[in-house]
Ligand binder design. Sequence first.
Ligand code: ZN
Length: 512
Amino acid sequence: MDLGRRCLGALGLLGLLGALLGCGAPPERPTVDWEIYGGQLIDGTGTPPRSGTLWLKDGRIHAITEAGAAPFKAARRFDAAGRVVAPGFIDPHSHGDPQETPAFENFLAMGVTTITLGQDGSSPEVAPLAPLLAELDALPLGPNLALFVGHGTLRTLAGIGRDPAPSPEAIGRMQALLDDALDHTFGLSSGLEYNPGLWAPEPELLALAEVVGRRERVIMSHLRSEDDDALFEAIDELLAQGQHARVHIAHLKSVYGRGAARGDAILDKLTAAQRSGLRVSADVYPYSASYTGLALLFPSWAKAPEQFVEAKATRRAELEAYLKARVLSRNGPEATLLGSAPHAGLTLAELAERLEKPFERVLVEDLGPQGGSAAYFIMDEDLQRRFIQDPRVAISSDGSPTGFHPRGHGTFAKIIEQYVQEEGSLTLPEAVRQMTTLPAAQLGIRDRGQLAPGLAADIVVFDPAVVRARATYAEPHRLAEGFDALWVNGVQLRSGGAFTGATGGRVLRPSP
Ligand SMILES: [Zn+2]
């Protein structure tokens, strides 16, 4: 059709103007920022890969078209041929200090575009949170940050500390602090194996769960115990809070549980809870060692510094006996790998040999509950694999840029390298789902985690055949390889397997 003549015929002078302004020329294609073409799209929902082109504009996915279609003109183009294009991964349980390491390159290098902070009951001890958020937002952030408010922190802010029986007024203060913090955070984290959270009685936890439920947020919990013989009781404690709010088991594990059947039994418990109408989810990391402060080994009466001083003076023999039994039940001092200076890289057994004394005395005399962190080889791979394969369980790292454990630099690469490529115990679309739409739903993040028009342009490009987790227990800070290109909010942070130097992350705001 001759558009020029039709314009003129229909509209006279106006049409002539139209023709002069381009009515007769082929229409200009709208411009966008990026065209990512040639790759196989894995959209995060678990559906099989398909070829297609992604168009990014103003930090969002503007459109997704069939391969070869070109309805837009892109300022920049990226050839993803031979590779997978997926939503950037969302880590539902991570650690780190954005003031210290705002780039979080360890996460970006393994395809992660959103991390969560304020976990295990501990978040910055400030109220209100708004000024801190503005400060964080001004940092040159690599990934996006989704923040949680810590239950232990609320105890501290409310002046409860380690009080095992807080008054109704004190609980009311915690509820008010929580309600305010939930304006800016995705939920409440608890760390019931740590101070001061471990002192919380049930009425306190239920009162806080009511607030979380009313605000439609989630409780992410490091359970009161992860020991196999205490695990069900600890899960029941969280499920009681589930009467009021969505609940989530952080880094699901069974300490010294064994075998796939035991993993299935634990998952059956979640199924039963879901059937009864509770909303419960979980995450898991793919390593058989945990990693946390040495205080975890100490009894509740000797965890805090002043408690430890007193226990050392008045209950020394009892303390050493407790530590000996606890470490032996956790596979012994050979299975405790110290991760902090000056002993990083030595097992507790090796340090005891060097110091020529029993390991329980080393713990009391040379380390103490504040004496650093360690990796504990206490998990069974066959059992943990059942969690990794469960469609309700998201992949998390529980890692940080600085922790002396490979999970902080290797997790998401290890899932693809080992569980998808080597073992075939997960398909790639399912693994991607457990690293994108699933954690997004668990966290209540609605505008990212999937390749879909209108969603945030957090994108990763990789060839699954060459993805490698290079971090080891001896060298835990080696970056993952194989995640060639990565965008956060439409800004390219990685290209050709290297960092571009650009920053793109934001502090995410929860939906009201
Ligand atoms: Zn934890």
